[in-house]
Design a protein around this ligand. Structure first.
Ligand code: PAZ
Length: 335
């Protein structure tokens, strides 16, 4: 593929030329109702984005580029936000991991392996009883209770995206909806978003045919969406973006660069191979102050207060809740 410089889309020209997903209005109506309810209840609301975006190469899509992300960071973080009393808008890539059900992912911990069949209990009238294996009950109960509680308290609202275009349209719309709660809103942008896309106008309608040798595709750069988010859509929101790098030497300079360019609150930097054990918060304590770095690390085999294997997201969310509360408390008074 060719990464030669091509046309630059501003956010404005992007939305003027690329089509909105057909479900956008319906999705936005759902978010509006959810945010209104959370506002009545006085809850803080976090938008968690999670999973990778695709870039289709054809209108009748057979092939696409994808961004790496299983959705673990987002799904895990959403659980800790719920535990901290936040309402969560969980915007994730279709079929990526989700809060609670992530514990029983089909590949690492298949749900069917939790179950036992009691052949003694069957007769000609009824099928045998199915039960959860005793050794699995305590863990399942804990996850199930947290899940049921979040549902009963109407604390979580879920939205899905697949393409980078779906993601951008949804992000703009959801940010605008969340802006009504001002400083009570937090944006936790953990999705892995493509930097490149193929504008609709340049896409082939049908499957790209082979037979002409190599394939050369020129992609355009995805507009830098954090800029309008900070300046226009979510002016009072507490915005946390993520920066993923594979070259450790680039992590801090890139995270600092993003903070300087967009002027939001925090960039969480993570290295692909170390992301489950260490992250770095890059931020300014106060506007105008120097940028500082704060590392969070967990050791291998770390155990949390409940006796479970420690997840770094527990510490990330605890730190963010503290900083978000300080941000809310610092709100300039109305008079
Ligand atoms: O979803 P996951 O747990 O497999 O990975 C999380 C992550 C590395 C995608 C996330 O922490 C992140 O850095 N997101 C931003 C990626 C980016 O720079 O576009």
């Amino acid at each position: 593929m060719n990464e030669a410089p091509s046309s630059q889309f501003s956010a404005e020209s992007y939305f003027a030329t690329q089509p909105a997903p057909p479900t956008l209005e319906h999705d936005v109506a759902g978010v509006r109702a959810f945010v209104a309810r959370q506002r009545e209840l006085g809850r803080k609301v976090v938008l968690v984005t999670s999973g990778g975006t695709t870039v289709p190469l054809e209108l009748n899509v057979v092939r696409y580029l994808d961004n790496f992300s299983a959705g673990t960071r987002g799904a895990t973080s959403a659980e800790y936000f719920l535990q901290a009393g936040y309402a969560v808008v969980f915007m994730h890539r279709q079929f990526s991991l989700q809060p609670f059900s992530r514990h029983y992912s089909h590949s690492t911990n298949p749900f069917l392996d939790l179950l036992d069949v009691d052949p003694q209990s069957s007769d000609s009238q009824s099928p045998p009883n199915i039960s959860v294996m005793p050794s699995k009950r305590a863990e399942l109960l804990e996850v199930l209770q947290a899940y049921k509680s979040a549902r009963a308290l109407e604390q979580i609202h879920t939205l899905t995206f697949v393409t980078v275009n779906d993601y951008l349209w949804l992000l703009r719309a959801v940010s605008q909806e969340l802006s009504v709660i001002g400083r009570q809103s937090l944006y936790y942008l953990a999705a892995a978003v493509s930097d490149f896309f193929l504008p609709r106008q340049k896409m082939s309608e049908h499957k790209i045919q082979s037979g002409k040798g190599s394939l050369i595709i020129e992609m355009d750069q995805v507009p830098k969406i954090l800029k309008p988010m900070v300046d226009e859509w979510s002016r009072e929101g507490f915005i946390v973006s993520f920066k993923l790098e594979t070259d450790p030497a680039l992590l801090i300079p890139k995270a600092r660069g993003a903070l300087e360019r967009y002027g939001h609150q925090i960039v969480v930097g993570n290295d692909l191979h170390r992301r489950k054990y260490e992250v770095v918060f890059v931020s300014r304590e106060h506007a105008g102050q120097d940028i500082s770095e704060h590392w969070l690390r967990i050791g291998p085999g770390a155990i949390n207060a409940l006796g479970h294997p420690k997840e770094i997201e527990e510490d990330i969310i605890a730190e963010l809740v503290k900083r978000h509360d300080a941000w809310i408390a610092a709100e300039p008074s109305a008079n």
